[in-house]
Design a protein around this ligand. Sequence first.
Ligand code: FUC
Length: 795
Amino acid sequence: MKKITLVVCLFLAQLVSGQEKQNSLWYRQPAADWNEALPVGNGRIGAMVYGLPWTETIQLNEESLWAGCPEDGNAAAADRMPEIRSLLLEGRVAEADSLANLCLEGHPLVIRSYQSFGELKLLFFEKDKDASVSFPEGVGAYERRLDLNDGIASTSFTAGGIRFTREVFASAPDNLLVIRLSADRPGALRFKIAYSRPKDAAAVAVAPDLLAVTGQIVDLPHPTAGRPGPHMRFAGLVRALPKGGSVTGAGSSLYVDGADEVVLLVAMNTDYRFEALNFDPSLQPALRCREQIDAVAEVPYETLRDRHVADHRALMDRVTLRLGDADRSEIPTDERLAAVREGASDPALAALYFQYGRYLLMGSSRRPGVLPANLQGIWNKDLQAPWNSDFHTNINIQMNYWPAEVCNLPETVIPFSDWINAIRVPGRVTARKTFGAEGWTVNHVADPFGHTSITDGVGWGTFPIAGPWLTLHLWEHYRFTGDETYLRQEAYPAMKEAAEFLLSFLVRDKNGYLVTAPSNSPENAYRLPDGRAFQLTYAATMDVEIATELFQACLKAAALTGDSPAFSARVREALAQLPPIRVGQRYGTIQEWIEDYEEVEPGHRHVSHLFGLHPGTILTDKDPELFAAARRTIERRRKYNEDPQTRQGSYTGWSRAWMINFYARLMDGEEAGANVQALLAKSTQDNLFDSHPPFQIDGNFGGTAGIAEMLLQSHAGEIHLLPALPSAWSEGEVTGLRARGGFTVSARWSNGKLQFAVITADHDGRYPVRCGSRTRKVRFKAGEPVILKGKSFQK
Ligand code: FUC
């Protein structure tokens, strides 16, 4: 046993050290714009670092800085619901649609945006004037880097014979953004520190070394976005700590002169109170900033840095990944990406993209943060961001969390889980008032103020299956962690109440099935035989799949928690009466709607009817007919995307990322790999942010999850090793992935074949492990690594 453990330890240690230097993004020039800047984040505050030598710009974010305010936006439509449903079920869609449009629309109809906190500017002086020297004039040996292992963005360059270096990190343990500037010639640092935001905030020097930002979002009148007025209050505080030289404050700036080194501490807070899903006038963000800065008054930079690195690495280092043998870390990231855009294969870049996804999830969803990652994680430069940088619940926020568990970052799920539980309160009002149902739900868009009503229009925005879908993430957290307290206290109550919503929402259709109505298959529309197009329908296939998964999960959770048999009996009965998932007659694809309608956009980016394939679990190779139809469904979408005649431009970044996961679940490594390549080549910016376009982070997270899904699956009651390995990744190794049931999995492969896997279970027991077509029942003892040789899976 000892010898085996030694082998395992050597394997793990060697891999961790080998990966260190590959886990960096780096560039030979500063960011030309925000989409080239590099992100740091601690789950609550974030920053984008440009690395500009003389006009350094650090764009700031705080997760709760949202425009808007709580509103009871729910349409009172419960008494019209029976009529809308009857019309839908009788096939009188146009009438149902007009009636629904009259009475389902929420107010406000759109939500307001997550906003930038502003920008910190470090403006350097040359002689006695503000420097206007731009890159590369006078600047040499330039490099900027984001080290994913340490969570530090750094910039270094020489000018006038002096080497300048900077480091920026967002510390979770100290809840601050920390910046250090240094130069190798004493007294060489001379610059001005300023803050800017287009509106609603201003900075003032309140002491020689302190710049205070005070702000309040003033929402302007808007025809459909809810109440205007002064809303969220916020505050920031920058302390400048020079070594040598001086710092003075005047007006709206601080001035550093003749320093050898300067540390800047940046605190940011708002008056948002998560527990109330509202602002709280009793909170004092300025005081909070002061406390955070004062708390580290005696702490040297090195200690702040060490604490941050230790905390960051405790999560980051859990997983390592090597793809391929070539180490291209000596080539700048943008050059590697440019080569991939030209068709080059760079498996190590895919591995970097994977680790970057983990880094971004840690940066945008963990304590000290309280809110989940939004459409841009936590990084947004705008006051009105694309799609408000909001919480989109018809796939996007769910996709953000696809990598969380398998990539060994379960703590990133907690802000998401807490938020899901928090919106059950407003979600009950939506269920009752709009749908006349029990339980709770939300529709396709949400915000931190508990917005759960129908948004962006009735056909588009009526999506009451979102609540049940969200709660499946809580079940997943239990499946991966086996945390029974969490199941009892956090997951099952939310799941059960979502199931109660469904039980009271389902109605009987003409064939005797229990169906959701109204319903829609996200953002796609169908054509009636007479040519008219609609979105509203009943029992879209996605609804059936989500309801099936939630009911099945509730039955298991009820048994585990010892809940009342009466509830389980109701769930079991309803489960048996859901409509079947059908294969359409026209194309042999999974039918997207309850009838075999023609799709308005056959290449649509949403492939909602394949929820059961991924992220769901009910379409597996155990049902070959549906499995084959799932593949045809993807191929048809693809045909319409790739054929120049019909190209509908629907492969957005996140949609491409979903394709990776689909092909991985179909166990087609080549296609999954081709989609990873396409995600990098077509939908990735130079800072490796996903491009919808524009930047939208779900593609990063979906892509990361897809890469994991190619190496390890565990949704079908077994640990499946290397289920979809493409030939381009014939060599590689991974450590630290997690599998459902409570396992940590590492593997090494060569020539496209498993050499060995090391699996450590959290508990004793026997569990099936599959590789290729062979499945073995393996006995585990809690905490003891089991080594499985690749050969043992060969016939
Ligand atoms: C859904 C998608 C769009 C975009 C938006 C944020 O509406 O269909 O492509 O991702 O969410």
